[in-house]
Design a protein around this ligand. Sequence first.
Ligand code: AHR
Length: 490
Amino acid sequence: MADRIVLTDRQIGRIDPNLHGHFAEHLGRCIYGGLWVDDGPPAETVDGLRADTLELLADLDIPMLRWPGGCFADDYDWTDGIGPRENRPRTRNAHWTQGRANVPEESNAFGTHEFLTLCEHLECEPYLAANVGTGSPDLAADWVEYCNYDGDTDLVDRRRENGRIEPWDVRYWGVGNENWGCGGNFTPENYAHEYRRFATYLRSLRSPMDIELDLVACGHFAGDWNDAFLETLGEDVEMVDHLSVHRYYSAGHATDFSSEEYYELFANSRRLLADIDAAAETIDDHAPPEAIGVAVDEWGVWHPVAENDNGLEQPNTVRDAISAAGILDGFNNRADVISMANLAQTVNVLQCLVQTDQESAWATPTYRVFELHRPHRNRQATAVEMSTERVQEDEEMAVPLLTASASRDSTDWYITLSNRDLDARAVSIDVDGHDPTVTDATVLFGHADPAAYPTGPGETPSPTMLDTATEGGSVTLSLPGSSVAGVRLT
Ligand code: AHR
C-alpha cells in the first residue's frame, strides 16, 4: 500500500532561515585550506578567502555562520587574531590539529576581520562564540565593543586602524560552548553563575549600539543540565535568548555498512529530534512561551573514521545526506521551538557542505539536500499527517521509512520528502480541502548507491525531474530507494 501524506492548514510556525545555518571551527582544514589560504595559489582568493569555496557557499545563500568553535572557542583570545598578520602570535590549539597531524597550533592568520569579511561576502549572519572556559566577561565584552560600538574608545580606534571604520553589528553571541565538557567542565549551577556575569556585561553594551544582542546559552542533552541551569538562573532566565543542543551520530563504517547499519544511522539521528523536544519542554517549565528558542548549534554525522589526526575528515555519502534530509524535515515540524541550527562543519570537516583539495572545491551530497530545502525558508510550516511503514517494530530501530514536511505562503505549498527505504516507495499526497496541482517536482540521488561519495568536482549527484500524476484529487508519485524529493503544489 502507498504511503499517504495529507497536508493540513494547521500552522506550526515560521521557518527561520537560520535553521539552515552552518558552523566553522579552527579545526583541521575547515578554516585553513578550506576557507582561507595563507600562501595564495594554486587556489584563487578574494580577500584571502578561497574563491571556489566562497562561490559554492554564496550559491547556497547560507543564512548564518557560527565561529570560532566549538571547543576552540573556550580557549580563544580574540585579540590574538587582529592587527597586521605578521605581528599576530602563534598560539596553542588546545583541542585540535590544523590539517597537519600532531600540530595543535594556531597561526591566528584568520581572525575577527577575516571572519566578518567572509560573512559579508556571503551576506550571512555571523554568530560569534565567546570564551567562558579560559576567558572573562571583560574579554567577551571587549569583543562586543570592538565589533559593534561606534563611539570614541581605544578599542574602536584599534578597529579603525585595523581597517574597519563602521561597526559590524554582530547580533548573535554564544556564551561559551559545551561548558559541561571541553568548555571548562562546569556544573550547571556554576555555569549559571558564570552565564549571569557574562550576560550582564555583554548586554551592558546594548544601548549605545542600538542593536539587540541575542545570547545563546550552553545546553546539554544529558542528565538534568538544562533544568538545573535554568532553575539556578531563576528570574535571570530572561537573560537567555537561545538554549543550545548538540548531537552527533553514526552507525557502522562511513562507507562500508550493512543494511542494518544503513537504517541504524536514521534511528540514531532521531535522537536529535528527541533532544529538541526535551529541551523545549524544560524551557517551558522555566520561561514564558517563545522567550527562549532551541539553538541546535552543532549537529550532524560524525563517523568513527573522523579523528583528530585526520582533521575530523570523513567521506560524505548519500546515506549521510538522506539522514540530514530527515532532520531538516524534523526541524520544520518543530519550527515553533527551534530558532537556529548549525550543521558541523561547513568545509572539509565532519558533515560538511564543501570539500576541497589544493586546486578545486566541490559540493557534498548534503549540500544538495540543503539546496532542495531552501524554498522552505521564511515560510509558514504546516502540519503533515503521514502514514508509512517502520523498518522494525523494535522501539530503538522503529525508523519511519518516509519523512516529510510542508510549508506554505499565499501562493503555494512546498513539500520535502525523504525515502530511507532501500527500495522505491509509492506515495500519495492529499491536500485538506482542495484538489492539488503539481507545479514542480525534483528528486535527488534517484539511483545512487547510498555509500557513494564525491572525491572531486562533477561527481556530486544533481536533482532530476520527478514524475507525478494526479488521480481522484490525490497526487501520486514513486520515490526511488534512498532518495530525497521536493514538490511544489498549488
Ligand atoms: O565539531 C567538533 C566538536 O564537537 C566541537 O568542537 C565541539 O563543540 C563538539 O564536541
